[in-house]
Write a protein that binds this ligand. Structure first.
Ligand SMILES: CC(C)(COP(=O)(O)OP(=O)(O)OC[C@H]1O[C@@H](n2cnc3c(N)ncnc32)[C@H](O)[C@@H]1OP(=O)(O)O)[C@@H](O)C(=O)NCCC(=O)NCCS
Length: 185
């Protein structure tokens, strides 16, 4: 089973229907905040909905996506994963959300770094990208903190919260850039 320990307390574990109840409780508690940018929150109104959402996140082909919960001492506090892996073209996209109580501690940045090493290492990819609604400052701060390049803004291209079609900021990190960054002290 896919399980990656980030440190003594944090880990990434593969999404499973067995976690539908616990993860739904987190989503439900965070609903008002998450629905600002994550459209699936409005169609997730029960544990059963969450089970369907988790099944969709897992996908049919495990080569094309990896969806994980972020856990703190075994408790689900968010999700960080690769919702799109294009193996032939050797790139992947990273997505994330975290509970408010755990925001601002660097947990998402740590999880993204861990998935970068999976992408550029084991998966042999050449490019990792992160995209966000241009108004989502906290989300954009993650790739900016990690030295990604802002490659452009795709206008009216992302379905954001409240059914809003928003402009999408596209950030990317290439393998040589990652190697240079990781070699820094
Ligand atoms: C977007 C989101 C995941 C970002 O979470 P976050 O907690 O800000 O990101 P991190 O966990 O990497 O934490 C970064 C913060 O921790 C601080 N931090 C503390 N220790 C740190 C460390 N070792 N490394 C990096 N940052 C650290 C940083 O300074 C930063 O604080 P600041 O925001 O006050 O500048 C979160 O805001 C969220 O879930 N939003 C709602 C859902 C959403 O928008 N998802 C993205 C859709 S594209």
């Amino acid at each position: 089973m896919f399980y990656r320990r980030l440190d003594e307390h944090l880990a990434l574990k593969l999404v499973s229907g067995l976690d539908a109840e616990e993860s739904y409780a987190v989503v439900d508690r965070e609903r008002e905040r998450l629905r600002e940018y994550l459209p699936w929150v409005d169609t997730t109104n029960s544990v059963e909905d969450q089970r369907h959402h988790l099944a969709a996140m897992s996908g049919i082909n495990p080569d094309e996506r990896i969806s994980c919960f972020l856990t703190l001492d075994g408790r689900i506090i968010g999700a960080v994963g690769l919702p799109c892996i294009d193996r032939p073209a050797r790139w992947a996209e990273i997505g994330y959300w975290i509970a408010a109580e755990c925001e601002g501690r660097g947990y998402v940045t740590a999880a993204v770094r861990n998935l970068e090493s999976l992408c550029f290492g084991e998966l042999g990819l050449e490019r990792v990208q992160i995209t966000a609604d241009t108004t989502n400052t906290r989300s954009r701060a993650v790739p900016e903190r990690l030295g990604y390049t802002l490659e452009g803004i795709l206008r009216h291209q992302i379905l954001s919260g409240h059914g809003r079609i928003a402009d999408r900021a596209v950030y990317a990190l290439l393998k040589p850039e990652w190697q240079t960054r990781e070699a820094l002290p």
